[in-house]
Design a protein around this ligand. Structure first.
Ligand code: ZN
Length: 155
C-alpha cells in the first residue's frame, strides 16, 4: 500500500464528472487499498477517487467503525427529511461548514469484485455517502455550504 497525494480545491480534477469503473482487477484493488490508507493517515472519514487524482466512480468511507468500498455508486433513495450539520473535506483546507443533507439515503454500488450491494445510512453515514457521491459529480461541499463553521465563535 502507498499513500497518494491529495488533490486540493482549485484543482480542476475535483470539478469533473467521474467515469464508471468497468474492470475489477488488481489495479483497482491497489487503488482502493491506497485510498483507504490515505484516508486513515489524514484522519478522514471518506475519500473519493478524484481526491487522489483519479476521475473514476470510486469511494471509500470509514464511519461508525464501518469500512465501505463503493464502486459506481448510485443514490436510489433519499429521505425528504433533512439534517443540517458540519462537514469538512480533505481537499478543502481550513474550511468547515454547515450543509443540509437527507437524513437517510440508500446507495446501490458494486464491491471490489463487481458484486452489487445496497447500503442504507442514517445521520452521519448518510452525510458521508452524500458528500462522497457529490465528489464523483464534481461537487464540493463548499458549493452547498449554508454558512461556515467557526469553532471559536460557537460552543
Ligand atoms: Zn470531501
Amino acid at each position: 500500500m502507498a499513500l497518494r497525494t491529495l488533490t486540493k480545491k482549485g484543482n480542476p480534477i475535483l470539478e469533473k464528472k467521474c467515469k464508471d469503473v468497468k474492470e475489477y482487477n488488481e489495479s483497482l484493488w491497489t487503488l482502493l487499498d491506497d485510498m483507504r490508507e490515505t484516508m486513515t493517515k489524514n484522519n478522514g472519514c471518506g475519500l473519493a477517487a478524484p481526491q487522489v487524482g483519479i476521475i473514476k466512480n470510486i469511494v471509500v468511507i470509514d464511519v461508525n467503525n464501518m469500512q465501505l468500498e463503493l464502486i459506481n455508486p448510485k443514490i436510489t433513495y433519499q429521505s425528504k427529511e433533512t439534517e443540517v450539520d458540519v462537514e469538512g473535506c480533505l481537499s478543502v483546507d481550513g474550511i468547515s461548514g454547515y450543509v443540509e443533507r437527507p437524513r437517510v439515503v440508500t446507495v446501490k454500488a458494486n464491491d471490489r469484485y463487481g458484486n452489487e450491494f445496497t447500503i442504507t445510512g442514517e445521520g452521519y453515514l448518510a452525510r458521508a455517502l452524500c458528500h462522497e457521491y457529490d465528489h464523483l459529480q464534481g461537487i464540493l461541499f463548499t458549493q452547498k455550504m449554508i454558512k461556515p463553521y467557526k469553532p471559536d465563535k460557537e460552543k
